[in-house]
Design a protein around this ligand. Structure first.
Ligand code: FMN
Length: 194
């Protein structure tokens, strides 16, 4: 897998703007073409949760959810991957049922129909049956449901380290090398010298 794939980062209005931030921090270190699409609710929550941090600081194009003047909303110009992070249950439902009336839902729809990569990082708890059924449908349609569920066996000491256990899995699914967290049994399985 080349590291030069073109990636759309969709940010919707679930809590957990830090997940989007950490993904963008990592992608910013690469030369991959990145575009950011942000819903109105996402912008509100970003400002609330990441006080003072401007999305524009990333020096990557930022589009609003009503902006359809972007290439990746058309199957004729689909990008390689789209990650919706965090993914609200509202957005998840709109994608699951083909409501392509905003730029994130339409981009996700294009990824599915063109058999391109779509990674959704939902953040909600608990789930109701509607959420679960929508995730089932999206899995059947080809999306990867990668919940914002940190792991703890690497003993994260900061919020960022905990968040990075999720971001590492997102990067894994994008096929991008990363060493954001120790892999289970990695040290133990390394060859030992006599
Ligand atoms: C402070 C706050 C936190 C929220 N957290 C979540 C959440 O964690 N998960 C979720 O699915 N919706 C959450 N919501 C609700 C979404 O913001 C709402 O459903 C919104 O319509 C989603 O819009 P979007 O999908 O266009 O971004 C939250 C709303 C607010 C105001």
């Amino acid at each position: 897998m080349t590291n030069e794939q073109k990636i759309v980062v969709g940010i919707s209005g679930a809590s957990g703007a830090i997940y989007a931030k950490r993904l963008l921090d990592n992608l910013a270190r690469t030369s991959n073409p990145i575009a950011i699409v942000m819903s109105d609710h996402a912008r509100q929550i970003w400002e609330e949760e990441l006080e003072g941090l401007k999305i524009e600081n990333y020096d990557r194009p930022v589009f609003g959810i009503r902006d359809f003047n972007v290439p990746f909303v058309s199957g004729s110009n689909a990008w390689d991957a789209c990650v919706v992070i965090p993914c609200s249950m509202g957005m998840l439902g709109r994608i699951a049922h083909g409501y392509s009336d905003d730029a994130i839902a339409r981009t996700a729809d294009v990824q599915l129909k063109e058999r391109k990569k779509l990674i959704l990082v939902p953040r909600e708890t608990p789930y109701n049956l509607v959420h679960i059924e929508n995730m089932r449908l999206l899995t059947l349609a080809g999306a990867v449901i990668l919940p914002a569920t940190p792991s703890f066996y690497s003993k994260p000491k900061t919020l960022e380290e905990a968040v990075d256990t999720v971001i590492a899995r997102v990067l894994d699914h994008l096929g991008m090398e990363n060493c954001l967290r120790q892999r289970w049994q990695e040290a133990a399985s390394s060859p030992t010298t006599a």
